[in-house]
Each structure stands twice: as C-alpha cells, then as structure tokens.
Design a protein around this ligand. Sequence first.
Ligand SMILES: [Zn+2]
Length: 205
Amino acid sequence: MDGYSFELITGPMSCGKTEELLRRIRRCVIARKKIKVFSPEIDTREHGDYIKSRNGLTADAIKISHSIQILQKVKPDDEIIAIDELQFFDSAITKVITVLMNEGKKVIGTGLELDFKSEPFGPMPELMCIATKVDKLHAVCMKCGCEDATRTQRLIDGEPADKSSPLIMIGGDETYEARCIKCYELPDKNAKESNKISTPDFVSL
Ligand SMILES: [Zn+2]
C-alpha cells in the first residue's frame, strides 16, 4: 500500500491483467485510499467510462487521449493511480508515471507486452524498466491448452495473420488468442531465403 511505487501487470491477451488490476483496486477501496482509474480512449473494447475484465468485473475509469491529461486530472490527495492498457499510450507515459511516483503516489498499471508480431508493444519496454514491481501473467494456450501462453496470436478469418498484415484491419473477421511459444505462428510471405543466416557462419566462429 506504500506510495513511491509502480506495479506493472503484463502478459498476453486473456491472461487476466485487468482482472488482477480490478482486484488490487478493490483492496485500495476497502483500505479507503483515494484512487483514480485511467484508460486510453483508443481501447475500443469498452466505450463507457469504466474498465471491464473478461469475467465481467468493472471499475469507473476516466478515458483520456494523451498521457499528459493524467497529470491534469490527478489531485494532490489522490493516493493510488490505476492505468489500464498502457501499451496504447504515447511515449510520454513513462515521464508521467515517473512524476506520479516522485510525488509519492502508488501507480498500478496493466499492459500487453508484445504485439501480434511478438514485438515489444509501444512504451512497454521503458515501463517495464521503471516499474518497481513487474508481474508477468500467463494465459491458457488456445491451441494446446497448456498454461504457458505468453504470445498473442492474430487470426484473420480463422487463419494466422501474415507478418505484413496492417496494424488496423478493415473487413475480415479479425480475432486474437493467447498461445504458447510452440503454438504461436507468424507467416511471412515477404521473407526472402537470402535473409536467412546460414549454418557455416556459426560453425566458423
Ligand atoms: Zn500451445
């Protein structure tokens, strides 16, 4: 419950990040702490002024379009600042959270660490560095059923999306599912044979 801290909850799609955030928010409410919850406007899953976990729990949240707005909304007596979907924020979010920590606030955030290409998502690398505590949650793999899913698979019309597929899809039935590294697939129709590193290069080392 102490301030001057930043707890980051991360992991793939469907690992329970928001559910865990809501659990921690509830504990702060029970402890009668002054709390403010923020969520990015870009999060299309929910349109209302609240955040919602996949199991249906909710908390009131202020929707914002730029991370600087968080500093404008936080009041001196706010003790806990909860932020959902950190991967969608602009790069200034790292500075914003640092300012909040230095003011003695406790920040609790969630974020998808990797995008559908398994590449670091937006500001998440910096946030993982400045966090005072990081929890990496795993999901159940939607393909093999193991409990070590750390990747987010994008499917278009039920098939693994190509690496070159656009970030925002128009048309088509786009879905996401959690997968383990063994089951994760990223087809790359533009990959050239010449880009592959040949075995002799390693052998000669
Ligand atoms: Zn699997």
